[in-house]
Design a protein around this ligand. Structure first.
Ligand code: UD1
Ligand code: CA
Length: 465
């Protein structure tokens, strides 16, 4: 006998409610675009939703909607406008008409960014079996949340909003996170029968719970062990609280992978960090975007590193700022160095205090140890950029390139006016301003010669009578 083929699991349609105004943010930036760990709140929600491989993601937008749409150009997203904010139920009504009845719908909020995909998978599995799955929690302070009302047998009967609740209902500790999943066909029917005869004159999504129970559909609550996952962002204080959680989580996972972090509360990761073994990070470091740290990399206090790669055994001393840099192995950078985009430093390069390097290549073992600017330059290996060397790369309209051959030395306080080529092994005397090719292997001096005036006398003031 052939086994009957099991019904295929329903497709998942995710709806993200994000039309709320976010008044308490007191910001021109729409709430869901406020950054958390370096990325908009909504980006976090989209990441988690994407991890579930849904058939579609719909975002219900309203206030500042065009700005939100512009920030997420991903063509796979569908945008649904809710012209007037008439409540969470009304918001979902706008999004469901195009969703096939056989789908499972998962409702998320654009301002609840920390939910884990595993939690959501539990909800969608329940809804996939034809039930309504509701994510609940027991927060320390339930004030403001909808309360989960159970019947005497303990089954979920309905949700009552804070503003509509009786004194007795307000004592219920179990609260609605707002996140739920349900079969699309049933959900559409319940949404169609919502009414706004409540304290806020709104169409409450929460009323679908009671409607489901009345239509004989089981409501299965999934209670979060830790309500942190369902924390929403309504104001700047909550945003900072979530930022602290992200900070803690990122530091924890790096430590679990073997990174030494001097103080996990003083490391900010705002992006993705990959690393080798025995990496050590001192206090007050900010890592942004994509950062790759090789084996035994040491990062001194106060460094800010964005979108950069750092090779094995390289050490950054205190207060360096790196952006879009690629640094080889065994390099020594800082303290107080600034490395700007599209700079590549080869193995063993030393960049010292108050040195800025932009859009330049420095070959192996080259050094710029003090007070210099190196911009738009290709510098060979074993070059010594003397203290105070400035590459004048900009004529007010155009940027020009500089080429410096291997083993060249530039004297202290020299200015190289680009475009210019400095030959291999050339030496530029201290205080020179060079504007033409500097030949290889020779000393080039471009400064006024020192003279001494014999018999010169300093003027004297006439004596007062
Ligand atoms: C809602 C729930 C409440 C739950 C709480 C959890 C309802 C009626 N209440 O309350 O039970 O405890 O979330 O935080 O659902 N939104 C729209 N359009 C609207 C209204 C809201 O898109 O017209 C969006 C908001 O942008 C937000 C989400 O829906 O992302 C929730 O809205 P919010 O006003 O914060 O809901 P609460 O009143 O806090
Ligand atoms: Ca809210």
């Amino acid at each position: 006998m052939s086994k009957p083929t099991p019904a295929p699991a329903p497709q998942l349609s995710v709806v993200i409610l994000a039309a709320g105004e976010g008044k308490r943010m007191k910001s021109r930036l729409p709430k869901v675009l406020q950054p958390l760990a370096g990325r908009p709140l909504l980006a976090h929600v989209l990441d988690t939703a994407g991890a579930l491989s849904p058939a579609s993601i719909r975002i219900v937008y309203g206030h500042g909607g065009e700005q939100v749409r512009a920030a997420f150009s991903d063509a796979t997203l569908s945008w649904v406008r809710q012209a007037e904010q008439l409540g969470t139920g009304h918001a979902l009504q706008q999004a469901v008409p195009e969703i096939p009845d056989a789908d499972t719908v998962l409702v998320l909020y654009g301002d609840v960014p920390l939910l884990r995909a595993e939690t959501l998978e539990r909800l969608t599995a329940i809804a996939g079996a034809g039930e309504l799955a509701l994510l609940t929690m027991e927060p320390e302070h339930p004030a403001g949340y909808g309360r989960i009302v159970r019947d005497p047998a303990g089954t979920v009967a309905r949700i009552v909003e804070q503003k509509d609740a009786s004194a007795e209902e307000l004592r219920i500790g179990e609260c609605n996170t707002g996140i739920l999943a349900a079969p699309a066909g049933r959900l559409k029917a319940w949404l169609a029968s919502l009414r706004n005869d409540n304290a806020q004159r709104e169409y409450y999504l929460t009323d679908v719970i009671g409607l489901a129970v009345r239509s004989g559909v089981t409501v299965t609550p999934v209670r979060l062990a830790d309500p942190i996952e369902a924390l929403g962002v309504n104001d700047k204080e909550q945003l900072a609280q979530l930022e602290a959680l992200c900070r803690r989580n990122a530091a924890r996972s790096l430590m679990r992978e073997g990174v030494t972090i001097v103080d996990p509360a003083r490391l900010d990761v705002r992006g993705k960090v990959t690393h080798g073994q025995d990496v050590c990070i001192d206090v007050n470091v900010v890592l942004e975007g994509r950062v790759r740290l090789g084996d035994r990399v040491r990062i001194g206090p106060g460094c800010v590193i964005r979108d950069s790669r750092i090779g094995d055994d390289t050490e950054l001393f205190a207060h360096c700022v790196l952006d879009g840099a690629t640094i080889g192995a065994g390099a020594r950078i800082g303290p107080y160095s600034r490395i700007r985009p599209t700079t590549e430093l080869a193995d063993g390069v030393h960049i010292g205090n108050f040195v800025e390097v932009k859009n330049s290549l420095l070959g192996a073992e080259s050094k710029a140890n003090h007070l210099s600017y190196v911009g738009d330059a290709e510098v060979g290996a074993h070059v010594n950029i003397g203290a105070g060397t400035i590459i004048a790369n900009y004529d007010g309209a155009n940027k020009h390139r500089t080429h410096i051959g291997d083993k060249a030395h530039t004297g202290s306080n020299s200015v190289l006016v680009a475009p210019i080529t400095v030959g291999e092994g050339a030496t530029i005397a201290a205080g020179s301003t060079v504007t033409r090719e500097v030949p290889a292997g020779k000393l080039t001096i471009a400064r006024a010669r020192q003279t001494t005036i014999e018999g010169w006398r300093r003027p004297v003031k006439p004596k007062k009578k």
